[in-house]
Ligand binder design. Structure first.
Ligand code: PEP
Ligand code: MN
Length: 362
């Protein structure tokens, strides 16, 4: 099959769903039939599971391959599995698996990606590449380059979030700017969002999937299990086929193609925001002119640029007003820090008679 063109032709969101791990022939057949009726285009299932620590369920291995192929034949759904080395690739190709994906723990390792790419030389098969576990855009891009150099060009990106230590909300933080940066570099590459591994919990799936859609991603890869609570891996994030249908039905799909009348109104809003941004920068310019005067004054009176108590007072007063401004405290803090740093740069320049306007001098 050709996945890139299918994604481009199909209505958004293009759907891939299935269990975290293949567990039995019955599980796969039941899911394949049910998901086929729910507009899913590809059944996913892990056979070899890259678990972070040994002792957790590491997948059933190649015994599950024929079960998956049977479920595929009976339902008519193409199937995708994760491969992490040349041996997996060989076994998957021999069994007739339709689509392969490279997991986050493999994308992170150029040796592994190169091994997989080399084992695919001369083969025509779609390959999906999950983002690396760490937020390194170049590793992700590098994986696509290695596959392309091996002649694999039916490629798809899957955004599954990035590892951090003990995050209060996400299993893997989304850092949406990274998939967006990938889209900027490789605009033709289809991009799917995997809300299951980002959220790690069922109740976060809708919020994350909606955000993925709002950022114009092409589709979703979701973990679905007949009895999620009893799943052998990733139980907390898997949902039943019915809940999957509910999730998809709740998504609000907005288009990036704007009608002419909507475009006219959109332009008005854009003009308004640009005008306001102009005002903000004019005020910042004036603010820094005062910083320059302040620098001159401090110089004449031999006062240090930075006064700790005053800064603490200013910042706490401003943060206390965040709710009044209807701005998040983090945003208020970032703005204050940015203004403060720029002001110190201006004052330091004046105090040291630096005439250069080089912004790198701080
Ligand atoms: C998975 O899809 O089940 C999986 C192991 O994903 P990731 O590589 O994103 O952790
Ligand atoms: Mn999983």
């Amino acid at each position: 099959m050709q996945v890139q063109s299918q994604i481009k032709q199909s209505k958004r969101p293009f759907l891939i769903a299935g269990p975290c791990s293949a567990e039995s022939p019955e599980q796969l057949l039941l899911l394949a039939n049910q998901l086929k009726q729910r507009n899913v285009s590809i059944l996913r299932a892990g056979i070899w599971k890259p678990r972070t620590r040994p002792g957790s369920f590491e997948g059933l291995g190649e015994v599950a391959l024929p079960w998956l192929m049977e479920a595929s034949e009976e339902s008519g759904l193409p199937v995708a599995i994760e491969v992490a080395n040349a041996d997996h690739v060989e076994k998957a190709l021999k069994a007739g698996v339709d689509v392969l994906w490279i997991g986050a723990r493999s994308t992170v390792n150029p040796f592994t990606v190169q091994e997989i790419a080399d084992s695919l030389r001369g083969v025509r098969i779609p390959v999906m590449v999950k983002n690396p576990v760490n937020p390194d855009l170049n590793l992700w891009i590098g994986a696509f380059e290695r596959l392309e150099n091996a002649g694999i060009n039916d490629l798809v990106a899957v955004h599954r979030g990035f590892s951090v230590y003990a995050h209060p909300k996400y299993r893997n933080v989304p850092s949406w700017e990274i998939p967006l940066a990938l889209r900027e570099k490789l605009p033709e590459l289809p991009m799917l969002c995997d809300p299951s591994h980002i959220g790690g919990k069922r109740n976060l799936l809708l919020e994350i999937a909606q955000k993925g859609m709002d950022l114009n991603m092409d589709g979703l890869m979701v973990e679905v299990h007949p009895t999620p609570d009893f799943a052998l891996s990733d139980a907390e994030q898997q949902i039943t086929p019915d809940d999957f249908s509910l999730l998809i039905s709740k998504l609000v799909l907005r288009s990036s193609n704007v009608s002419l009348s909507a475009l006219a109104q959109l332009e008005q809003f854009r003009d308004k925001t640009s005008e306001m941004d102009d005002t903000i920068f004019d005020i910042l310019k004036k603010r820094m002119q005062v910083s320059n005067e302040l620098g001159r004054f401090k110089k004449e009176n031999a006062i240090t640029v930075f006064q700790q108590e005053r800064w603490i007072k200013i910042i706490s007063e401003r943060m206390g007003k965040a709710a009044d401004y209807d701005l998040s405290p983090i945003f208020v803090r970032q703005i204050m820090d940015a203004i403060h740093q720029e002001s110190i740069r201006h004052q330091t320049r004046v105090m040291n008679d630096l005439l250069s306007n080089d912004p790198s001098i701080d």
